[in-house]
Ligand binder design. Structure first.
Ligand code: ADP
Ligand code: ASP
Ligand code: MG
Length: 407
């Protein structure tokens, strides 16, 4: 019998009616002869609400207790889906993270899955029972509850599919698949029939939140075929798969954006070896990820400026870390800007085609959009621009690379 992991996101689980619709989809898959494990998210908005309660209780909430609170949304939907399935005559039962167990690291709030115990699941599924498992949660070796970071249920689902050696991991969400860009911003975005793991990984890591980055990393490593599809309509969705299985490769797979960006300019630093290291050491110590970096060239004076981006949510901490080392680094002052966004184009076709970057820069220039920083990888180009131009830039780039659906 083939094993299928089906994951349902928050919008799909928002309310009893929708949970019943999910139960029907699961029942269909089981009737088709699959052994089914289902991974569920909390109801839409619930995790945000729980995070808010923790902050209200204390801005310094202990991460381990935060995890106890925010993981509870998934416990509720897990139980409710099992109830809905049983009520329909489909045998089902819940298996919470600590019961399986889903073993993780002890980095509360962003824990990584180490191993999943599947004996109880396999036993239940072999007798035709649907196993319902909460996404987003796990347990440390010491038995404390953890969560995997926002959007982490995708990773739970792929990890479970890998552990069960499932034929496929189907991710049901509120759009019909992976699109050439966020369909909520560009109505002419097109659904991709297939996308490579590599492209999906780059798109996710630069902001396309349709799949959590780590879920794609894991799927690529474990070679789990992932399908993204809608829980509200029937359609083929998008298959995330290896490059060798894609016959006709497009130059650009998609355009993504990230609002969680802030720009820091360290003004007036001595232009000599060791200064850049002195700036980034305190940030690394504070576990703050630095992304785009630009160092201006000093022509006539022995001092220069260094500009870089950090996640907007980390800006205050970055400022504190740098200010604590002002004397040692020797800078004059810090300038920060939170009204910036990163827009990226991604495609494996970039490896073999030139002119991809100039198309991007020209399209933005024609609309008067100034580029404040640039980074690239082998298959991606990202630019930092003012936030007010976000939607315009995404639309313009989508057209410039010929991605618009025909009208
Ligand atoms: P879920 O709750 O099911 O996990 P998410 O909100 O995490 O759903 O992810 C789905 C959302 O991702 C869509 O509603 C869409 O707005 C957004 N999105 C961003 N980029 C893309 C893209 N390239 N293709 C599809 N959806 C995208
Ligand atoms: N409920 C969690 C979140 O909102 C995990 C998920 O839905 O993937 O981040
Ligand atoms: Mg999600």
């Amino acid at each position: 019998m083939s094993t299928l992991v089906m994951k349902f996101g928050g919008t799909s689980m928002a309310g009893i009616e929708r949970i019943r619709a999910v139960a029907q989809r699961v029942a269909r898959a089981r009737a088709e002869g699959h052994a089914v494990a289902v991974v569920v998210s909390a109801m839409a908005g619930e995790t945000d609400r729980l995070v808010g309660l923790c902050r209200e209780a204390s801005p310094l909430a202990e991460p381990a207790e935060y995890d106890v609170v925010v993981s509870s949304g998934e416990q509720v939907t897990t139980g409710l889906l099992a109830i809905a399935l049983n009520a329909m005559g489909v045998p089902a039962r819940s298996f919470l993270g600590w019961q399986l167990p889903i073993r993780t690291s002890d980095t509360h709030g962003t824990a990584r899955i180490r191993a999943i115990g599947t004996d109880a699941l396999r036993h239940a599924m072999a007798s035709g029972t649907v196993a319902v498992v909460p996404g987003f949660q796990g347990v440390t070796a010491e038995g404390r509850v953890t969560t995997l970071g926002r959007g982490g249920s995708d990773t739970s689902a792929v990890a479970l599919a890998a552990a069960l050696r499932a034929q496929r991991c189907d991710i049901y969400t509120d759009v019909e698949g992976v699109f050439t860009t966020d369909p909520r911003i560009v109505p002419r975005a097109r659904r991709l029939a297939r996308i490579t793991y590599e492209e999906m990984l780059e798109l996710a890591s630069v902001g396309a939140k349709v799949l959590q980055t780590r879920s794609v990393e894991l799927a690529m490593k474990e070679r789990v075929p992932v399908r993204v599809l809608s829980s509200f309509t029937d359609g083929p969705g998008t298959l995330v798969t290896g490059e060798d299985e894609i016959v006709e490769q497009e130059l650009i797979a998609g355009v993504a954006y990230d609002r969680n960006e802030a720009k820091v300019t360290v003004v007036g630093v001595p232009d000599r070896p060791g200064v850049v290291a002195a700036i980034f050491a305190p940030l690394a110590e504070a576990h703050i990820n630095v992304d785009m970096i630009v160092q201006n060239v000093a022509h006539d004076r022995p001092i220069t400026d260094v500009t870089f981006t950090v996640p907007r949510t980390e800006l205050a901490r970055a400022r504190t870390a740098l200010e604590a080392h002002q004397a040692a680094i020797g800078f004059e002052r810090l300038l920060t800007d939170e009204k910036v966004v990163k827009v990226s184009v991604v495609g494996v076709g970039m490896r073999s085609h030139s002119g991809v970057a100039v198309t991007m820069f020209r399209a933005l220039a024609e609309r008067g959009i100034n580029i404040q920083a640039i980074t690239t990888s082998e298959i991606r180009i990202s630019v930092l621009i003012a936030e007010e131009y976000l939607e315009l830039a995404v639309r313009v780039l989508h057209s410039a690379y010929g991605l618009d659906a025909p009208q």
